[in-house]
Structures are given as C-alpha cells and as structure tokens.
Design a protein around this ligand. Structure first.
Ligand code: BDP
Length: 327
C-alpha cells in the first residue's frame, strides 16, 4: 500500500470515528413529581421536545412523571450522583443540601412572586445558583410555584393561633418544621405522595401548598379549608446534573439552556392560568377559601425562626439582607 493511500484511509477512519462519537445520542432520564394536567408536567414535556429539536436529536429526554422515580429528596440525591440527569425541583427540599438555597425557604422573605423573580435574577440569585451547581444540581431554568398557603379540615386559619395544636405536613426542610412550630403547631415532614392518605386518615390535620398542587393531587377532597397565608414563595428549577452538563460541547450546552428557558416561559404562562382555574375548581367542589386580612401576626411569629436560623448559619446573613434590600 502506498503512503498516500494509507494516509487517506487513516484520515477517513479518524473522520468516521469522530462522526461516530459525536453522533452518540445521550438519553436523559428526567424526574417530575406532578401528574397530567399540572403545568409543570406540560412544561417538562415541552422541555423534552425542545431539547430533541434544538440538539438535532443528539440529546433526548425521557420524562418520568408522577414521582415514579422516587420522592423528591431521593431524586435530588440521584441527580447529584448522576443516576437521574435532570428534573423539575422545588428549592425547598434543596435547602438541606445547599445552604444558599435556603434563602428562598425563609417564610415571608419575598414580598410577592415578582419580588422573588427579581431577587433570583440578581446577585443573590447568582449565589443560590452557584451553590446548587457546586452541589451537582445545576439550575438552567426557573419555574413559578406561586405562594404556599395552609389547608386543613377543621376551619379557616386567620391567625397563627389557629395553627396552634395542629399537626401540619411540610416538605423536607427544618425551616418548615420550625415555621409551623413557631406558631404552636407541629410541623411534620413527609413525602408529597403520602399527604393525601395522611390527611384523609387524620395522621396530619393539615398541609400547605399552592393552589395548582392542592387541586391536582386531590388534597382539596380531604381538606375543605384553604387559608391564603402565602407564607412561602419558593421558586422551582429545571436542574441538571452539573458534570453531565459541563461534559457537553458549548453548542449542546447552549441548546439545552435555550430549551429550559423556553419551557420556563411556557410554564409561567400556564401557571398563571392554572392558579385561577384551580381556585375556581376547588371552590366549585365546596372548598372554602379565605383571605387573611392582616398577615403581620404570621410574619411576627417568624422572628425566632430567622433568629435561630441565622445564629446557626451566620454566613447567610448577608444573603438574606441582599434579598430583603432588593427592590
Ligand atoms: C409542590 C411542588 C413539588 C413538591 C410539593 C410538596 O411543586 O415539587 O414536592 O409541592 O409539597 O408544589 O412536596
């Protein structure tokens, strides 16, 4: 074989090998706790479609809905390990893993949802994102999760005293247990999937969530009073395993981020509509929804929660002040 033929052959073998490597499709497994009809389920399906489209099929995402891949705390661990590639996560259960993420789990830290998004778009949000990425859970898109309010089966809640004595299910985070306990209640962490049964059998007296989730998993069937305390405004992310993301080419990274951003815009539109629709649906089903005229007593009751938290986590003081001073 002459030298130039050998060179040509070697050249095409290298080219073939290159094509083979770059064409190896990545199949991502995605976690989603919500079921059909919830805005986040539609948004995660849209994310999967957009990823396939924008990466020319090099990355495909299979979304497992309804929490079938495990509870949220378990799924977060799986993302850190790379066993689950991506998911829609609430920042509440991320707080125990990433100190900065707890900023958004402090009760009444934000004035409203817009304020929360402004904080997240600024330097405080950058620090939250950096902490998450460092822990292996990198946010690439932000969802609206509205505000969380209390619901129960015995009567409307209008003051912290009405929470006293009640066993209230919370997401997995000591801040939430502390929040309920500071009102004289008994905060009980529990997986989302267990809440319906626990409410219906009286294992807990109440829980707290936003209206779309209160409706979508049927909690309104077993808790007839929804009181608009709006004590937590926690964003949600599309989060990807950090090293998985960093291993992608710059083009693929840009495509995945663009897909997450577009899916997030779609989610926020759906969220606004669904919050109203869920309110109407649960009211039509007989749920009594009450506004709380003065939330100051609830906010005042949180003073020991902040004091204890900042005493144990002094490094968070600056971040809390940064969020509070954001216009
Ligand atoms: C929903 C969140 C979901 C949480 C759930 C809960 O979207 O991520 O797991 O609340 O209360 O609003 O556990």
């Amino acid at each position: 074989m002459n030298h130039s033929l050998l060179k040509t052959l070697l050249g095409s073998a290298t080219a073939l090998a290159f094509v083979a490597t770059s064409a190896v499709a990545e199949d991502w497994r995605a976690w989603n706790i919500h079921t059909d009809g919830h805005p986040n389920t539609a948004a995660m399906d849209r994310f999967a479609e957009l990823v396939a489209e924008k990466t020319g099929g090099e990355i495909t995402v299979e979304v497992f809905h309804g929490g079938v891949l495990g509870s949220q705390p378990d799924a977060l661990e799986q993302v850190q390990l790379g066993a689950i590639d991506v998911g829609n996560f609430n920042l509440g259960p991320i707080g125990p893993i990433v100190q900065e993420a707890n900023l958004v789990s402090l009760p009444f830290i934000f004035r409203d949802v817009d304020h929360m998004f402004r904080v997240m778009a600024g330097p405080a949000g950058d620090r939250v994102s950096a902490g998450m990425a460092e822990a292996g859970i990198m946010p690439i898109g932000w969802f609206d999760a509205g505000a969380r309010s209390f619901y129960n089966n015995t009567g409307p809640i209008n003051s912290p005293d009405d929470v006293a004595g009640m066993k209230i299910r919370v997401m997995n985070n000591d801040l939430f247990t502390g929040m309920v306990n500071a009102m004289g209640g008994n905060g009980t962490p529990m997986a989302f999937a267990e809440v319906y049964q626990s409410l219906s059998t009286g294992v807990v007296d109440g829980a707290e969530n936003n209206l779309p989730s209160f409706q979508s998993v049927g909690h309104f069937e077993v808790a007839g009073f929804y009181s608009l305390s709006e004590h937590l405004i926690i964003p949600e992310c599309i989060c990807v395993n950090t090293s998985q993301f960093e291993g992608l080419s710059a083009d693929m990274q840009a495509a995945v981020v663009a897909a997450a951003e577009e899916a997030s815009v779609f989610q926020r539109e759906l969220w606004a509509e669904q919050t109203q629709a869920s309110r109407e649906a649960v009211e039509a089903a007989g749920v009594q929804i009450n506004e709380i005229a003065d939330k100051t007593p609830f906010q005042d009751a949180m003073a020991p929660v902040y004091a204890d938290y900042l005493a144990a986590n002094p490094a968070m003081t600056e971040l809390v002040e940064l969020a509070q001073s954001t216009e």
